[in-house]
Design a protein around this ligand. Structure first.
Ligand SMILES: NC(=O)c1ccc[n+]([C@@H]2O[C@H](COP(=O)([O-])OP(=O)(O)OC[C@H]3O[C@@H](n4cnc5c(N)ncnc54)[C@H](O)[C@@H]3O)[C@@H](O)[C@H]2O)c1
Ligand SMILES: O=C(O)[C@H](O)COP(=O)(O)O
Length: 530
């Protein structure tokens, strides 16, 4: 009997997620407040295959160290800045989010915040309910005809733009990655940041928090903004310098600010609090029943698909693989990893470049996932902790150039994968395929045809094609009590270069390998393990 995967929900997700996990055959433990208690989370995380979170759970390297079984972290929402992605990646943990489920709701919150500022609704509400009827105190501004400056025009920024245009606003957007065509489609004017600052009556931020966007509204940029500007931040705390904003509000240069997100959260105190022209909400951007249901259902489906079928959707650290693709891809992932491992085990010097060629049917599959597997295989003999998820970033860190090539089927096989590793000693290529039985085979080594399965204990020999080698080799192993299980030979021409790929029962003792290396004509003999 196979055991069910176990998922922990450590934040306040909609209970809809619990039902999905149960229906899909995943055991689920719903502890909505656990994420706030990092010690308890650390104490139990080791029991789970999946962790479903919102923004309250901080997945730090310390938590990940304890997460021995963890395979996937699912963020029911957009921002994954509460997850240490490099640490998760290094441990082979897939991190997925739900990039669209709460976008409309968050865009609506930004628009609501804009109106709250323009008409001072929160202060007017408090005053009215206090029995003051201060009709002359709350003079607002009209939105119609005003210019909205959007910093970050991605999913949410674009929805805000559409809604603002519907409100008869002019919209200018600063986003280096916004194409002119998309800007035209949306009806927004793409501008540089300085122009946005000079023209916008209201600025709304919709970027992630990165090195480039941190304090994008700094004291200097706030000073460049139009006098009387209003600022809305429903994206991430830290995009605006809170101290500088407070000073600009105090001086009157900034007429108002509406913030849903803060540098430190939960924000129980903040320099913006108490200013009469500031409106705050406690990170409510995604807080509608519709959005919460969307993201909870989606994350539970995605995590179940991964844990039960190997399908990957919306992962921020691995290419997507559909549930239909996963079973077809699985044997090729094993093939790519084993070919990489073969090349890695034979490599004795630094690797400069890896070229992976996909020919035939396999070229139409998710080759990025296969390439990650091949790189993991290559690096594993050198680095113990590498895995399919972390391999591409480790290769990049080490300056290894990875090239992927796609070709039509040309040779004897419907699908062929070739992994070629370039070192200072030259290039070594090894090719393989998956036969109808679903088992990967090695079919070519350095241009010499062979046909062998990958086995737990093997010997690779390259030698001169001279009479007597096979006999001496078999005798050397036989005399040492090492049983040969399978024997594959290849050569370029009679009397030319030859190779032998031999499977043996049990590990090969070092002294036997040393004796093989002394057989006349042997150029290289290496033990291999798969
Ligand atoms: N308040 C909330 O509850 C809430 C809810 C959902 C999302 N969010 C946050 O909103 C933000 C936007 O989400 P999204 O789904 O629109 O993301 P997205 O990735 O679709 O869009 C982000 C946009 O920012 C742009 N960008 C990146 N760097 C930039 C830079 N240096 N200058 C200008 N633009 C830059 C990108 O090109 C992209 O178009 C995220 O930080 C997300 O976490 C907050
Ligand atoms: O990035 C997001 O999706 C939002 O910040 C929502 O966060 P929450 O799920 O904690 O409300």
């Amino acid at each position: 009997m196979t055991t069910k995967p176990r998922v922990l929900i450590s934040d306040a997700l909609s209970p809809a997620a619990v039902q999905i996990f149960k229906d899909r055959g995943v055991e689920v433990d719903f502890q909505p407040d656990l994420g706030k208690d990092k010690d308890r989370l650390a104490a139990i995380i080791g029991e789970y295959d999946g962790l479903a979170i919102r923004s309250a759970t901080k997945v730090t390297p310390k938590i990940l160290e304890k997460a021995a079984r963890l395979k996937v972290i699912g963020r029911a929402g957009i921002g994954v800045d509460n997850v240490d992605i490099p640490a998760a990646t290094a441990r082979g943990v897939i991190v997925m989010n739900t990039p669209f489920g709460n976008s409309i709701t968050t865009a609506e919150h930004a628009i609501a915040m804009m109106f709250a500022l323009a008409r001072q609704i929160p202060a007017a509400d408090a005053s009215t309910q206090a029995g003051k009827w201060e009709k002359n105190r709350f003079m607002g501004v009209e939105i119609t005809g005003k210019t909205l400056g959007i910093i970050g025009c991605g999913n949410i920024g674009a929805i805000v733009a559409e809604r603002a245009i519907g409100l008869r606003m002019r919209v200018v957007a600063f986003d280096p990655f916004l194409s002119p065509e998309r800007a035209l489609d949306l009806g927004v004017e793409k501008v540089e940041l300085d122009e946005l600052l000079a023209r916008a009556d209201i600025i709304t931020l919709h970027t992630p928090l990165t090195e480039k966007t941190k304090n994008i509204l700094s004291a200097e940029n706030l000073a460049k903004a139009k006098a009387g500007v209003r600022i809305v931040n429903c994206a991430r705390g830290g995009l605006v310098d809170e101290q500088a904003l407070r000073a600009a509000l105090d001086s009157g240069h900034v007429a108002g600010a509406a913030f849903d997100v803060f540098v430190t959260e939960p924000a129980t105190e903040n320099v913006l609090f108490g200013h009469p022209n500031v409106v705050c909400t406690p990170h409510l951007g995604a807080a509608t029943s519709e959005a919460q249901e969307n993201v909870a259902l989606q994350v539970a489906e995605q995590m179940s698909d991964y844990l039960l079928k190997g399908a990957i959707t919306n992962a921020v650290n691995f290419p997507s693989i559909t549930a239909e693709e996963a079973p077809r891809l699985k044997p090729y992932i094993a093939l790519a990893e084993k070919l990489g491992s073969f090349a890695g085990q034979l490599t004795e010097t630094g690797i400069g470049r890896v070229r992976i060629t996909y020919e035939g049917e396999v070229a139409g599959m998710k080759t990025k996932a296969l390439t990650s597997a091949a790189i993991a295989g290559i690096l594993r003999p050198m680095l113990a902790d590498v895995n399919v998820v972390s391999a591409p970033s480790i290769a990049k860190e080490r300056g290894v150039i990875v090239e992927e090539m796609i070709r039509d089927a040309g040779g004897d096989y419907d699908s062929l994968v070739t992994v070629a590793v370039e070192t200072e000693r030259g290039e070594r290529g090894v090719s393989g395929t998956v036969f109808a039985d679903g088992r990967p085979r090695i079919v070519d080594i350095k241009g010499l045809k062979v046909e062998a399965e990958f086995a737990p204990s093997m010997i690779y020999v390259s030698n001169e094609d001279k009479p007597g080698f096979v006999g001496r080799f078999a005798t050397t192993l036989g005399d040492a009590g090492v049983n040969i299980a399978t024997f594959a030979l290849g050569r370029d021409q009679p009397g030319g270069s030859a190779i032998a790929l031999v499977e043996v029962d049990g590990p090969l003792p070092a002294d036997v390998l040393a004796r093989v290396q002394t057989i006349p004509g042997v150029k290289q003999a290496k033990p291999l393990a798969f």
